[in-house]
Design a protein around this ligand. Structure first.
Ligand code: FPP
Length: 249
């Protein structure tokens, strides 16, 4: 039996508040299929996906989860039909304009990660504004992968390190895991403890490959727009049932 939504404003009693993930990552998959199941255009699925994301962010705040990172647009997503790509870019821009004051009020710090310079200029502008006005917020650390690809992220980190080496500022033996992590887009965040992927797919799809070396993966069969508080509760319950060994016995 699923728990009614009204009971889920505070942390469900069967979850241990001391063993919650500090950082949850999500691959919001299945918007298109959600729409197709309802004989709606795919873009309606993306609109519904925004509502699910808002609710998850609110839930992280209510339940005391400090960081949420989502994959909104991958470096591979440019290969979708032009109409859908343009719709998504406009949707991100509209949602940011619409929600920014609420994000500020709720104390959320929003960051965008990815090759942002390739996004439409109007979107880049609102992204810069949103990051600046929430920069000192200490509530949920909300990170959005937009034109993000983990391999691209690692490539740009390597380029910056090679550049430092070329200038004589870096020696080969100084390159270690910590230094590489410091040159990733996510350098201010802890690694995710839990990755949620919806729509039953069990792939990483080039998301946070370095950061998720020891992340617990939870695959939900629901399409992203249907991923609600009871579904998040189930994901956290599964997470708390696992033994994290980080390669040890
Ligand atoms: C994957 O479903 C979803 C996306 C590529 C877009 C996700 C974006 C949002 C939910 C909006 C987020 C908004 C902001 C402002 C951060 P899919 O299209 O791959 O679905 P399918 O696999 O069923 O085709």
């Amino acid at each position: 039996m699923t728990t009614p939504h009204t009971l889920l404003r505070s942390l469900p009693a069967d979850l241990d508040p001391n063993r919650l993930p500090h950082h949850v990552a999500a691959i919001m998959d299945g918007n298109g299929r959600w729409a197709a199941q309802r004989h709606l255009p795919r873009v309606k699925g993306h609109q519904a996906g925004v509502d699910a994301l808002k609710e998850l962010l609110r839930c992280c705040k209510d339940w005391g989860i400090g960081a949420l990172t989502v994959f909104a647009f991958s470096t591979e997503n440019w290969g979708r039909p032009r109409y859908e790509v343009e719709f998504l870019m406009t949707l991100f821009e509209k949602v940011l304009h619409r929600e920014l004051s609420e994000l500020v009020e709720e104390g959320v710090r929003i960051r965008f990660v990815g090759a942002l310079y390739l996004l439409p200029e109007a979107l880049q502008q609102i992204i810069r504004e949103a990051m600046a006005v929430t920069a000192t917020n200490t509530g949920v650390q909300f990170t959005v992968g937009t034109n993000y690809g983990a391999r691209e992220e690692i490539v740009q980190a390597c380029r910056r390190l090679v550049e430092q080496a070329r200038l004589g500022q870096l020696q080969p033996e100084e390159v270690d895991e910590k230094l590489i992590a410091q040159h990733l887009y996510t350098h201010e965040l802890p690694d995710p403890d839990l990755l949620i992927r919806t729509s039953g797919e069990s792939r990483l799809s080039n998301f946070l490959l370095w950061q998720m070396a020891y992340t617990e993966i939870y695959v939900a069969d629901l399409m992203w727009p249907d991923f609600d508080r009871p579904a998040f509760h189930a994901a956290l319950k599964s997470y708390q049932g696992r033994q994290r060994r980080f390669g040890k016995v």
